[in-house]
Design a protein around this ligand. Structure first.
Ligand code: PEP
Ligand code: MG
Length: 755
């Protein structure tokens, strides 16, 4: 059966004429609906535009009651029009009234119509409205009629995006383009950032939709596809990608799509119908995106995301537009919005101008997260569709504490956050003033406050925050951000730089704590039921001594002529430490035999983070030079609470009596044995919890750099002796007040302790 359509090319030519006329927006929309109605030979053609309040308003119609324009409206999800908007896909119905979603608007007079074809008005995956045709007869609209409507919808989308419809929008409801959006994601790095959107890989907006010369467009497309294929092949062939693990998979998927005949055929067809090459790619991509949004299979969704990325690259090829802004072009308050990015790309932006980072993907252990945290950049990840929802320059607030993003925030939200940021800044200024003041309590008890680190970018904090040293250097982070296994020399070079940067302050290195959730993309990981209790850390090191010995050698060489402090994670039995020490001795012997310089002094310690050690402390303390309490793991194993599972995270109080007694046992035994003890888990960095540690007798704490100021402020306003005298009796059995958290809060408020 032939369609009624006068031909897609003719329609496009007419549309171009209408777009070029110097007329007002309403008149232009009115002409478009007349044009479509006559082309599709439909009795009705209507345009609905999505307002900021989530209502689809009738903006123009041919065939329905014209009085209803700007009066009739539907909510997203309501009626067939609302359904199209909600699902972002066309509906083609010969008998619309039989559809369960049918809802009729009496003011429009549409009761006479049976067949219905509607398409979403989409721009970069975002629904801006719905375009509809209707007929009295029962007919099924043909494929090229659907195409014609989709192309027209693109033209209308450009009118919306260009702000042309603002003039006829109702004052207080605005259009969807400027709608505030509140999105929830996963908190990846703490802090709050206010600023303006910078798209990591900016979308190029296609404005030239209608082609003058189909053959020329086809030639442009061929050229761009060839360039695209070459660039991907080049990337894949380049030496260093060979070891890139996950990146390679993505590029392989790109290559597959770049050679996909079906995809290219669809683009060519859109060009034949009169679109420019870039508009054709965008049209096919829009269809694809709509399908992607409905896709629930995560693997397929991922692949469709890849195809989406590829289409962007192709459009950029066609329009000769390169990449995102260079660091110098960034606004002062840039908030980077990206689907995902590598750690190196984040570093390329430079720390100074980035206020925050938002990702559609990204998890707590992604490389970019590790680096973002080290740089102190607030981060939220797993924010669905944020790249297509955000436009460059949009106002945005990123709450890395709550895992929330406010795009184009309303004024009151912005004010509230601005106040929060000002408050933080004042606090930070206070803490900076404490930097060179001693860490000593009111009653003269001295403390050593050190910081946790893991990357070279962490080290400037040592001086900035006034830390006494690095109490925990997590060596696995270097391995986690690398694209291949760091060789001995690379490891050695990094440890040398760490020691140089510490400039004589002590650094406690921790041997590799990989396995569990700390996965290395280039190291084949095995599936384990309980990875936290599986083959990780020192267990892996002792079973594969090659790895651990290489690291030990790198550390011994790096610390030649200086002090080396090294501790081992996840020790569950003293014998494991003994075996690890033997490896150190072997390496030392080897280096001496080959006349290498070795450290002046070596101290070996153990992280107390497996509860079994609590009952081997006497034996342990007789063997080690120092211990460090890893309260994160110790608590998770002590109370059987997965530290990464937010559902149970708040379930057990880290200040519960059982756990505090365990912590007291460690510090008492260590003091008695004259073995230095540090606590380096997150507890040390939280003022109220740290107060408890002071009361228990801990004097050496290591924490994230941002916590140094608050903890020092707390210490300097506290009387340690008095606190101990009040706290310790509460840990005895039978004491009537067992809630230590409440007690500490009350004590702090009575005694004016700065929390
Ligand atoms: C700990 O477990 O408390 C600790 C400091 O180590 P990590 O957080 O790296 O496991
Ligand atoms: Mg640990």
């Amino acid at each position: 059966m032939r369609s009624n359509l006068a031909g897609p090319r003719l329609l496009l030519r007419r549309l171009r004429e209408v777009m070029a006329e110097p007329i007002k927006a309403q008149e232009r929309l009115d002409k478009i609906v007349v044009l479509i109605a006559s082309n599709v030979v439909a009795e009705v053609c209507s345009v609905y535009i999505l307002r900021a309040d989530g209502v689809l308003e009738l903006y123009a119609t041919e065939g329905l009651n014209r009085e209803a324009v700007h009066q009739a409206s539907l909510r997203v999800g309501q009626g067939l029009v609302g359904l199209i908007a909600a699902e972002a896909r066309p509906l083609n119905l010969p008998n619309a009234r039989a559809h369960p979603g049918f809802a009729y608007l009496p003011e429009t007079g549409e009761e006479a119509y049976n067949s219905f074809l509607g398409v979403p008005i989409l721009r970069a995956g975002r629904t801006l409205g719905v375009l509809v045709v209707q007929n009295q007869s029962h007919r099924t609209y043909l494929e090229d009629e659907v195409e014609a409507l989709q192309t027209t919808a693109m033209v209308i989308a450009e009118m919306v995006a260009a702000g042309e419809l603002e003039a006829i929008a109702q004052k207080d409801t605005g259009l969807d383009m400027s709608r505030p959006i509140h999105a929830n994601g996963v908190a990846l790095a703490e802090g709050v950032g206010l600023g303006h959107v910078v798209l990591h890989e900016p979308r190029v907006v296609v404005t030239n939709l209608i082609s003058e010369d189909t053959d020329a467009e086809k030639t442009r497309l061929d050229g761009a596809i060839n360039r695209l294929r070459l660039s991907i092949d080049d990337l894949l062939a380049s030496g260093d990608i060979a070891a890139m693990g996950e990146h390679r998979d993505v590029l392989e998927a790109y290559r597959m799509f770049a050679y996909d005949r079906g995809w290219i055929r669809k683009i060519e067809e859109a060009i034949r119908n009169g679109l420019t090459a870039e508009a054709a790619v965008e049209k096919v991509q829009s269809d694809m995106r709509a399908r992607m949004l409905r896709q629930t299979d995560p693997y397929l969704r991922e692949r469709l995301h890849d195809l989406d990325d590829l289409a962007h690259r192709l459009i950029r090829e066609l329009m000769g537009r390169g990449h995102g802004p260079t660091p110098a072009e960034l606004p002062q308050d840039a908030i980077i919005v990206a689907r995902n990015m590598g750690a190196a790309e984040l570093l390329d932006y430079g720390r100074d101008r980035i206020r925050a980072l938002v990702l559609e993907e990204g998890g707590p252990t992604s490389h970019v997260t590790i680096v973002g945290r080290a740089l102190g950049i607030p981060m939220v990840g797993q924010v669905d569709d944020i790249v297509s929802l955000a436009d460059a320059g949009d106002g945005i607030i990123v709450d890395g504490d709550a895992g929330e993003v406010h795009l184009r925030p309303a004024q009151d939200v912005e004010n509230a956050y601005a106040e929060k940021v000002r408050f933080r800044a004042r606090r930070q200024a206070q803490y900076r003033r404490l930097r060179n003041k001693p860490s000593v309590t009111k009653d003269g008890v001295e403390f050593s406050l050190q910081m946790n680190a893991g990357l070279l970018v962490d080290l400037p904090h040592l001086a900035e925050a006034g830390a006494a040293g690095v109490g925990l250097f997590r060596t696995e982070l270097q391995f986690m951000v690398a694209s291949s296994f760091p060789r001995m020399r690379e490891q050695q070079a990094q440890y040398e730089q760490v020691l140089d940067a510490a400039d004589g302050k002590p650094v406690t290195f921790r041997s590799l704590d990989i396995g569990g959730d700390k996965v290395l993309p280039y190291l084949r990981s095995i599936q384990e039921e309980n990875p936290a209790m599986g083959w990780r850390a020192l267990r892996l090191g002792l079973d594969r001594p090659g790895l651990l010995r290489t690291q030990i050698r790198a550390l011994l060489k790096a610390a030649a002529g200086r002090d080396l402090k090294l501790m081992f994670p996840m020790v569950a039995d003293v014998s494991e430490f003994v075996r690890a020490r033997e490896l150190v001795e072997k390496e030392l012997k080897h280096l001496r035999r080959h006349n290498h310089a070795v450290p002046e002094k070596i101290r070996l310690g153990v992280m107390v983070e497996v509860p079994s050690l609590l009952f081997q402390l006497d034996e342990l303390l007789a063997q080690v030079d120092f211990v460090s309490v890893g309260s994160n793991d110790l608590f998770q194993f002590f109370c059987a609470v997965d530290r990464g599972n937010t559902r149970v995270a708040d379930r057990f109080d880290t200040l519960n009596i059982g756990f505090l007694r365990a912590l007291k046992r460690i510090v008492d035994k260590a003091n008695k044995a004259h073995v230095p003890v540090t606590l380096c888990g997150e507890l040390a960095g939280r003022p109220l919890e740290a107060m408890a540690l002071v009361g228990l007798g801990y004097r050496d704490l290591s924490m994230s750099p941002a916590s140094l100021g608050p903890i020092k402020a707390m210490l300097r306003s506290l009387d340690a002796g008095r606190l101990s005298a009040r706290l310790l009796p509460r840990l005895e059995p039978g004491h009537p007040e067992a809630n230590i958290r409440d007690f500490l809060k009350r004590y702090a408020s009575e005694m004016d302790v700065a929390l």
